[in-house]
Design a protein around this ligand. Structure first.
Ligand SMILES: O=P(O)(O)OC[C@H]1O[C@](O)(COP(=O)(O)O)[C@@H](O)[C@@H]1O
Ligand SMILES: [Mg+2]
Ligand SMILES: [Mg+2]
Length: 339
């Protein structure tokens, strides 16, 4: 790609604002700040042991998970970068018990930012791709101040969503409701460069992603679906399936965005009171928005994820997303189970 052909994230967003009227100036600036924060996090991630960013932070989050140093560092980078810009009323994060309200000393904006500052935490210390996931909502009403209730909007109300993968390349994937675009970080320039536009997920696939070690805990439909995939060409699906599981949602979803596939993190009996492992507000909703904008589907197995009306900031949901035909296949197994 010649330098002349290169489109930076800033230029892309300005075109989205001016030419297509898809986004406001405020949302454009907010996305630019989040993208800059991800660059900052990428620098810390790349340092690894040299930067003393590996290992645990010695604290736990509201989910009861031991926090990694990078979970805390990434959270702080996103808070500090977004607090003073004037685009936000508040923020919510996997690593914070409740919302962070923009302090009075800063102007307050009309948007709310939710994020999983570091996704794939179990891969941090072993140099496997990890990432950041974010979602943007509009605050309803203009009164100053924001509450947790303001954040509890269904995923279909998102104004924007994206994720960043810190892998062999550093990649930012973004939607503002007008398809999905991919940017690659040019480390020499320090700029995000547009490398793919209007990305489409192939509707059919022969590749599934699930943590197979949980099989004995899965519900019946999931167990039957995977069983039939494993039966291959001689089985009811009539085709062979491959399996992948990176254990970083960002990396598994990015593979699906790139070549198709289906990703499942179902409900399981390990903790029957817990509807799943992944969090609705800052994992399932942003990924669901991106996947749908790329022609795929995102479901709990029985319901469209973006239709769920949230009741809690950190609520969990079962997740099935990716290639349209395959998500529909999984939903048929659930339908059959309901008889
Ligand atoms: O360890 P498991 O059960 O395979 O789960 C892996 C899943 O958990 C996650 O790591 C949860 O996200 P966090 O790392 O942000 O807590 C996902 O990225 C991934 O898909
Ligand atoms: Mg996560
Ligand atoms: Mg996380």
């Amino acid at each position: 790609m010649s330098t002349a052909q290169r489109i930076s994230l800033s230029r892309y967003l300005i075109e989205q604002q001016r030419e297509h009227g898809h986004i406001s100036a405020e949302l454009r600036l907010l996305i630019e700040v989040v993208a800059r924060a991800c660059k900052h996090i990428a620098v810390s991630v790349n340092k690894g042991a040299l930067g003393e960013v590996l290992g645990t932070a010695g604290s736990a989050n509201i989910q009861g998970e031991v926090q990694k140093k990078l979970d805390v560092i990434a959270n702080e980078v996103l808070i500090e970068a977004n607090e003073w810009g004037g685009h936000l009323a508040g923020m919510a994060s996997e690593e914070m018990d409740t919302i962070h309200v923009v302090p009075n000393r800063y102007p307050q904006g009309e948007y709310m930012l939710l994020f999983d500052p570091l996704d794939g935490s179990s891969n941090i210390d072993i140099n496997v791709s990890i990432g950041t996931i974010f979602s943007v909502l509009r605050k309803v009403g203009h009164a100053r101040g924001v509450s947790e209730a303001d954040f509890l909007q269904p995923g279909k109300a998102q104004a924007a969503a994206g994720y960043c993968v810190y892998g062999p390349q550093t990649t930012l994937v973004l939607t503002v409701g007008d398809g999905v675009s991919v940017f690659t970080l040019d480390r020499e320039l320090g700029s995000w460069i547009l490398t793919a536009e209007n990305v489409q997920i192939p509707p059919a696939t022969q590749e599934f992603a699930i943590n197979m070690s949980n099989m004995r805990h899965w519900d019946e439909p999931t167990r039957r679906y995977i069983h039939d995939c494993l039966a291959g060409a001689d089985g009811p699906r009539g085709k062979d399936f491959n399996m992948r599981w990176v254990a970083s949602m960002v990396a598994d979803v990015h593979r699906i965005l790139t070549r198709g596939g289906v990703f499942l993190y179902p409900w399981d009996t390990r903790d029957p009171t817990r509807p799943g492992k992944l969090r609705l507000m800052y994992e399932a909703n942003p990924m669901g928005f991106i996947v749908e904008q790329a022609g795929g589907l995102a479901s709990t197995g029985t319901q469209r994820i973006l239709d769920i009306v949230p009741t809690e900031l950190h609520q969990r949901v079962p997740v099935v997303l990716g290639s349209r035909d395959e998500v529909e296949a999984v939903m048929r197994y659930h339908d059959q189970a309901q008889g």
